[in-house]
Design a protein. Sequence first.
Length: 131
Amino acid sequence: MKYILTTGKRKSAVARAALSHGNGIIRINGRLLQNYQPELHKLKIQEPLIIAGDTANKVDIQVNVNGGGVRSQTEAIRLAVGKALANHDKKLTTAFADYDRQLLVADVRRKEPRKPNCHGKARSKRQTSYR
């Protein structure tokens, strides 16, 4: 029995996916994907499953995700599921890369750290008056 573990990250959200043989059941933090809300994010998570087609119906995927916001968690789940399916079936790698590279490679952008004497934001400067 093949058991694949992958991770996906987006900003501060981390998703860990475990793929095993099964009947196409996807669970996110113990809940079925059909019950995932909001609907737009559920459709975003289903993209790698739709591209995989029949392969996705032969495996079960358990995903645990924490950190970040709802959007970042969705992107992290999508990446973890895409990587797991690509590891399971190597033919899917090119299909995922042609559709969207973010299904295989993490987005490395992060929040910029704040600087000293910058009031509130990373790039804001103190306002000056010349009068």
